[in-house]
Ligand binder design. Structure first.
Ligand code: ADP
Length: 422
């Protein structure tokens, strides 16, 4: 049996999923500690491997790892971190933004305090930088622990480092920053890098020729897990916020709305994120109330309440207005009617989001997969389908680790689907 292992280092822990050639899950393992701090990344990786039953470990043909986007670190020539990694939401790069604006093209995706490039530039001005040889993303470094080759990344992780994912090279303007560090060589996500280190293979009973592949980011891994794979297919994540992703033949970039595209094989994965979403629902209802009240709502009848549910003023997508006020009135006395208005309004915002992507040139939406805490709400799904006018279905799987296992399988299994996901 040929098996494939996907490992996810997300914002809330680490998981591993082993799948077979048919994509069926053979086992799932997870790190169950409180918080996954950087000093524990390495030991967690070994624990995850050790938790996979030995007979399955022997059959693993390829491994890929996803990390959180823009979680980055510097390491020395031996791969040892020279300072604590900067996590995805670390905003210390804010102080270098002015400097970055002088070289990066206007509105470029690197022009954010939390981008990988802003973090690298900030780190280059710290005293520990003199010890550093390589700049890596979290997923790159974890994969290095398995294959032993430093300085390799993938073009999903490297997007916010400024890598030109269309031309497949670092842009000239990046050189103007003159940061004396080895930037990673960038491969297509899932590309086999090399065989696993022999000492690791024998320690864990893995095959000597088990391949370690280039990784991806946690949100793209979750997209791959959904089952969406054709142009026009989209995934809406109904978590704390509302996140839209749409596969398209065309690349869409519009910084005004925070819209950018990842390369996805021959396609582009475009999308945007709104501040509306489950966090607003949680302000008014607990999960049990959401479930029971939703059942009392008739999704075929439209609520005439027109809200823009936000926790605080401001949204970027699909309305770009930093001062956009939350609109949550009039509030009916019946909680069911209020919830109906909220779900209806968020469905309207979602539809407007896809319309905006289409107006900017993305493919017509044909089907919307759904992930996140709100995905189980069938009433909401029916309301959304009424607005979106296309089938709304549950994601086949929502685990990033599963998507990353599919990525390893697509590229490593006889290279037969080599172009499928990236
Ligand atoms: P996060 O983005 O924080 O990972 P999750 O994907 O775990 O979020 O989703 C949590 C959100 O899902 C909460 O904000 C909650 O309000 C919402 N939620 C939970 N159950 C339901 C439900 N039945 N209907 C709609 N929303 C729900």
């Amino acid at each position: 049996m040929d098996l494939y292992l996907g490992i996810d280092y997300g914002t809330s822990g680490a998981r591993g999923v082993v799948i077979d050639e048919q994509g069926k899950i053979q086992t799932e393992v997870r790190y169950s500690g409180q918080k996954l701090e950087a000093p524990h990344w390495k030991s967690t990786l070994w624990s995850l491997l050790a938790e996979i039953p030995e007979p399955l470990r022997r059959e693993i043909r390829a491994i890929a790892i996803n990390g959180t986007s823009s979680t980055v670190l510097l390491c020395d020539g031996a791969g040892e971190p020279v300072a604590a990694p900067l996590l995805y939401n670390d905003g210390r790069g804010a102080v270098v933004l002015e400097q970055l604006k002088k070289v990066a093209p206007p509105n470029h995706t690197v022009l954010s305090a939390t981008s990988s490039l802003a973090k690298l530039l900030w780190m280059s001005q710290q005293s520990f930088f003199s010890e550093a040889r390589y700049f890596l993303h979290q997923a790159d470094w974890l994969a290095f622990l398995l294959h032993g080759k430093l300085g390799i990344s993938d073009y999903h992780n490297a997007l916010k480092l400024g890598y030109d994912v269309e031309a497949l090279e670092y842009p000239e303007w990046l050189e103007k920053l003159e940061i004396p560090i080895q930037l990673p060589t960038v491969l297509a996500p899932g590309t086999p890098i090399r065989e696993i280190r022999p000492d690791i293979a024998s320690q864990f009973g893995l095959q000597k020729d088990c391949l370690v592949c280039a990784g991806t980011t946690d949100s793209i891994a979750a997209f791959i897990a959904s089952g969406a794979e054709s142009p026009g297919e989209a995934v809406t994540s109904l978590g704390s916020t509302l996140v839209l992703k749409l596969l398209s033949h065309t690349r869409i970039e519009d910084a005004r709305y925070g819209i950018y595209s990842h390369r996805f094989g021959d396609l582009w994965l475009t999308g945007g994120a709104s501040n509306t979403g489950g966090a607003v629902l949680r302000e008014f209802f607990n999960n049990a109330e959401l479930a029971s009240l939703s059942q009392e709502i008739d999704p075929a009848t439209a609520s005439n309440l027109d809200y823009y549910p936000l926790l605080k003023a401001g949204d970027r997508f699909p309305i770009n207005d930093p001062n956009l006020p939350p609109r949550l009135t009039p509030r009916p006395a019946a909680p069911r009617e209020f919830l109906h208005g909220l779900l209806e309004s968020m469905a309207r915002i979602e539809a407007r989001g896809y319309e905006l992507l289409q107006n900017l040139g993305a493919n017509q939406v044909t089907r919307v997969y759904t992930a996140g805490g709100g995905a189980t709400n069938s009433t909401w799904n029916a309301i959304r389908q009424r607005h979106l006018k296309v089938p709304v279905v549950a994601s086949e799987n929502t685990e990033a680790a599963y998507g990353t296992a599919l990525l390893a399988k697509a590229k490593a299994s006889n290279h037969k689907n080599a172009k499928k996901f990236t």
